[in-house]
Ligand binder design. Structure first.
Ligand code: PLP
Length: 377
């Protein structure tokens, strides 16, 4: 029996052809294809501009720099997130401060942020965890009334929407990931959607060693130009090979999200009937892309999360533990101050189930049946 994966990217011949076209063109580093991908991405999410980077973590790092965050500043983040959210704050030399999350969404909110805000709070990074849109307006209201800069970690949230509009246009800096564990993939890659043209200009310099003239502009210019380096930058570039894959994937995005929502609906119909199982769903203010389909389990179920994972693994079904917490990892433990009860509870008692574009109804039935048979055993 074939093993059912948790996630699988939807790639095909179109991506193969796109990569072949770039290789034949002779220009494979960051160049015209990245520029086209940026414009198409900007138009899809409705931002003013979009800047491609090497991954979402480097995107968050650059976002913090252009937001003016540095040593001595505190940045509020959820601990309940992939560790990259916290690490980006450390790269900027600032101090991460962990806010707890709401149990129904796994997201920070104005009220959990307020509990840990201080006069040193310079920025907040909200995360649309697993694709579930956070309450952007509520958090933005709190931030603007306290002079705090808001950044969105939308690593998981391409195709999710807030109040009827795709995530990416609601804040000045919104960072996306194209890792294969997300939905739209370029292997590795990221994008910063921005509402601020000056930020975009500075981000483009910072991602390319701080160079005043990009390599592609120098090569395409017929007069010889000498670049300068007014500030320290990074090598956070995306390649044209990646951008070519991304352009094909971006066209497929709406189909991918629609299919995930269809499959998620079937899961939720089954799981909401089981006592002690609480499936993730849409919050009142938006629609999730179900980047991860997770269920929360409580003691009424009679089986622990870890027992379930082992039993499902035995039936050839991959699952993942709930989202991690950063504050319980050695590298971040020193930043932990306030209790993060809900974050710990969710992390320890939730389970991520298989969901991928090519998943068939019979694959999904296998997961549901295996789950039910563990409960009845
Ligand atoms: C995956 C992920 C990241 C990191 O994305 P990369 O592109 O791998 O750097 C950051 N934040 C969250 C919430 C993620 O899930």
């Amino acid at each position: 029996m074939l093993k059912i994966p948790v996630m699988q990217p939807w790639l095909g011949e179109e991506e193969v052809d796109a990569v072949a076209r770039i290789i034949r063109s002779g220009w494979i580093a960051q160049g015209p294809e990245v520029q086209t991908f940026e414009r198409e991405f900007r138009d899809v999410v409705g931002a003013v501009d979009a800047v491609a980077v090497s991954n979402c973590t480097s995107g968050l790092h650059l976002a913090l720099i252009v937001a003016g965050v540095g040593p001595g500043d505190e940045v509020i983040v959820p601990s309940f997130s992939f560790i990259a959210t916290t690490n980006s704050v450390l790269y900027a030399g600032a101090t991460p401060v962990f806010a707890d999350v709401e149990i129904s969404t796994g997201n920070i909110s104005a009220s959990t942020i307020e509990q840990v805000a201080s006069p040193r709070t310079r920025a907040v990074i909200l995360v649309h965890q697993a694709g579930v849109p956070a309450d952007i307006a509520g958090i933005a209201r709190f931030c603007s009334s306290h002079g705090i800069f808001l950044i969105e970690d939308a690593a998981c949230a391409i195709g999710s929407s807030y109040m009827g509009e795709l995530i990416g246009k609601h804040s000045e800096l919104v960072a996306f990931s194209f890792h294969p564990r997300k939905i739209v993939t370029t292997g590795e890659g990221g994008m910063i959607a921005t509402g601020n043209q000056e930020f975009a200009t500075r981000l483009r310099k910072l991602r390319e060693h701080g160079m005043s003239i990009s390599a592609v502009d120098r090569h395409s210019s017929n007069i010889s130009q000498i670049e300068d380096y007014p500030e320290t930058g990074y090598n956070y570039r995306m390649t044209d090979v990646q951008a070519a894959i991304g352009r094909v994937q971006l066209v497929k995005m709406r189909k991918m999200v629609a299919r995930r929502r269809e499959l998620a609906k079937i899961y939720s119909e089954h799981f909401s009937e089981i006592g002690g199982v609480y499936p993730v769903g849409d919050p009142s203010h938006g629609l999730t892309n179900f980047q991860s389909y997770w269920i929360r389990l409580d003691t009424e179920l009679g089986v622990s999360r870890n027992e379930l994972m082992i039993a499902l693994e035995g039936a050839g079904i991959s699952t993942r533990r709930g989202i991690m917490t950063a504050h319980r990892e050695l590298s971040c433990a020193r930043f932990h101050t306030t209790p993060l009860t809900t974050s710990e509870y969710l992390s320890d008692n939730s389970l991520i189930l298989p969901l991928y574009h090519a998943m068939t109804e019979s694959d999904q039935e296998r997961v549901i049946e295996a789950f039910k048979s563990v409960l009845s055993a």
